[in-house]
Ligand binder design. Structure first.
Ligand SMILES: [Zn+2]
Length: 640
């Protein structure tokens, strides 16, 4: 279904987080790379109760507290210190990171603050040992152009990245501290984006701009996108953790669809005359109904002591729980999310999907009777689990059902790999920031701004002109590089090797060659910037011919641990020394001497063909042709 985004009033805002490639972390001297297999200390911390200074209790924090998890922190000795462990106060704000942030602010036409104040933002999931994340506003109120549309940039913050989650089970969450404290810029746009494609475009542009400072980290997990999506009559929904750019349009489309469907459900409930007081929230034990059930899943749930089947009636909801709100997700799935998140249960059953799961129509009949519910009008939700968990789960389902009368609840949702989203937690309250007293404010001096000027990236139109005029790229190739994630790599390689390898060849490897390999289903995500640089370096040293590049990269993609050097050797693609070439030419002439002498006009073609079949990809074709011509002149010259 194609939606008319203008008429539904779609509004999207982006929040883009990019890790900065600085020498040190934001508040200590640890390096900013992730480490594996290094010696580490492990310690445990309990969640601190998160309460704002006004004494408000954040609903999102209550949810985390209810989970009562223990947090285990793995502190690698080479990538964390006492600051990450919260046993030593933070050091002063990293100047290198601040300078990069200022450069980005300038490129985004922002108004830069006079003094940077570090704040504490409460985090509730244990991802920081301190219980808060340090963040600071660097600049406000800028914009970026998308065609002739101006997209507002509300804030640019410099903050510390969270600890890296290794995994979790029912009792505890494991975090690693190597990522904690890596500097991040967080760039938030105004909700000025009005279509799914525009959202992707703007996200790309902002990411590209940050990368062009040459100081952004790259690779999976170094850039994270959150989206705020709303439509007229809906609600601002925050979607966390969109990992890939290409997923953005899908996530936006599916969220707009979900809000539309929820509004339809609201309207239908109104039409049916459902009133909020009707949703009483009475939770009943209905195990009696299922005492002889054939449903294996229910029987299994009932075998444990203290377990039962619990039920609520949702008056007027019959048929609505089965309504699809996103591909593969029904309104019942939304209720199940609440049950899982708040009650920790595996899921729910509801009458829109029954009979099913071995539950018979007689049992459904009995259930309606037992609860005194109306089979034509009402829906029933069941949870089979331990009583405490079942009650918590069903309470959450009741809350969510009540929200359906208002339409779309304000939520924080998690992005899933197929572009759909699931409920994560309520949107956090606003009173979550307070000043970090351990770090003095930093004045933005003239010197700092001058330093930042050196990093401000060149605007795209200026770049395009330079690529075509100075580097001699064709316009389509220049545009392709400008829109490529590896634009900064291109520029770096041209500076380093441009005198020996033409910029057109470098651009072509980065865009066309990789695209061609991807088309052949080669896993190009295994090809790193270092691999590409090594390849260009071999070209610069004339150790491979440009014809050899696709094959070498294909090999590397399959076996990324092999060096480019080694790959070229293994494939027999290293350049042939000129003496060896001469030998091959002489041999080809000898073997064909009769043909050459009887038909001299064909001589070149014969020799060239024989030699090329042996050296293709290992030496430039033009060099071969020149040498062949010279040798033939030598042999045939006297007879003419
Ligand atoms: Zn440290």
């Amino acid at each position: 279904m194609k939606m008319d985004y203008e008429s539904i009033g779609l509004k999207v805002g982006l929040e883009i987080h990019v890790q900065l490639d600085t020498k040190h972390k934001l508040f200590c001297h640890c390096p900013t790379n992730l480490v594996e297999n290094v010696e580490e200390d492990v310690f445990e911390r309990e969640l601190r109760p998160a309460r704002s200074e006004l004494g408000e209790v954040d609903p999102a924090a209550v949810l985390e507290w209810k989970k009562r998890k223990r947090y285990h922190y793995h502190a690698p000795r080479t990538a964390s210190c006492l600051v990450e462990a919260d046993e030593e106060p933070p050091h002063e704000l990293n100047r290198e990171a601040l300078t990069i942030a200022l450069a980005i602010a300038k490129a985004l036409n922002m108004w830069i603050v006079e003094e940077v104040h570090v704040m504490r933002k409460i985090v509730i999931d244990g991802s920081n040992t301190t219980g808060f994340q340090r963040t600071s506003i660097i600049a406000l109120d800028g914009y970026i152009m998308d065609g002739d549309r101006r997209i507002g940039i509300q804030t640019l913050c410099l903050e510390e990245d969270a600890a890296r989650k290794l995994g979790e089970d029912k009792l505890r969450v494991n975090y690693k501290l190597d990522r904690l404290g890596i500097p991040l810029v967080e760039i938030a746009t105004a909700p000025d984006i009005h279509s799914p494609e525009q959202a992707e475009r703007v996200a790309f542009k902002i990411g590209q701009l940050v990368r062009l400072t040459g100081k952004a980290k790259r690779g999976l997990g170094t850039i994270r996108q959150d989206l705020n999506v709303s439509i007229i009559g809906g609600a601002k929904t925050e979607i966390k953790g969109v990992q890939h750019l290409y997923l953005i349009p899908k996530v936006v489309e599916y969220e707009a669809l979900r809000q539309l469907k929820l509004l339809e459900i609201r309207d239908e409930l109104k039409r049916r005359g459902v009133r909020i007081e009707e949703i009483t929230g009475e939770i009943r034990n209905v195990s009696e109904v299922f005492k002889n059930t054939k449903s294996r899943i229910i029987r299994k749930a009932l075998t444990r002591k203290g377990n039962g089947v619990y039920a609520i009636v949702l008056p007027g909801f019959n048929g609505l729980l089965g309504k699809e709100v996103q591909p593969g997700r029904r309104f019942g799935t939304e209720l199940a999310d609440y049950a899982r998140v708040w009650g920790g249960v595996g899921g729910i059953f509801h009458t829109d999907e029954l009979p099913g799961y071995g539950i018979t129509s007689e049992e459904v009949e009995k259930l309606y009777e037992y609860l005194g519910a109306d089979k034509e009008r009402d829906a029933i939700v069941l949870v089979a689990d331990n009583e405490d968990k079942a009650v918590e789960a069903l309470k959450a389902v009741i809350d969510r059902a009540r929200m359906a009368l208002h339409g779309v609840p304000e939520e924080t949702r998690a992005s899933q790999p197929d572009g759909t989203t699931r409920y994560m937690r309520p949107r956090p309250g606003s009173a979550r920031m307070y000043p970090e007293t351990d770090i003095p404010p930093v004045e933005i001096t003239r010197e700092l701004l001058k330093e930042a000027d050196k990093l401000v990236p060149e605007p795209p139109d200026v770049k395009l002109k330079r690529f075509t005029e100075e580097y001699g790229l064709s316009k389509p190739l220049a545009e392709a590089v400008l829109n490529d994630l590896r634009l900064d790599l291109f520029e770096k390689l041209v500076v380093k090797y441009g005198d020996r390898v033409s910029p057109t060849i470098i651009a072509s490897i980065i865009t066309n060659t990789l695209k061609m390999l991807r088309g052949e289903k080669v896993p190009i995500e295994n090809i790193s910037d270092e691999h590409i640089e090594e390849t260009v370096k071999l070209l610069a040293e004339s150790r491979i011919a440009k014809e050899a590049v696709p094959e070498i990269l294909r090999y590397i993609a399959e076996k990324p641990s092999v060096s480019v050097d080694r790959a070229a050797e293994k494939l027999g693609l290293t350049t042939i020394p000129i003496e060896k070439l001469d030998e091959l030419i002489a041999k080809a002439i000898n073997e064909n001497i009769e043909k050459i002498q009887s038909r001299p006009e064909k001589a070149f073609k014969i020799v060239m063909g024989t030699v090329m079949s042996k050296v293709r990809g290992r030496i430039d074709g033009k060099t071969v042709a020149d040498r062949v011509r010279e040798k033939l002149k030598h042999i045939l010259g006297g007879e003419k």
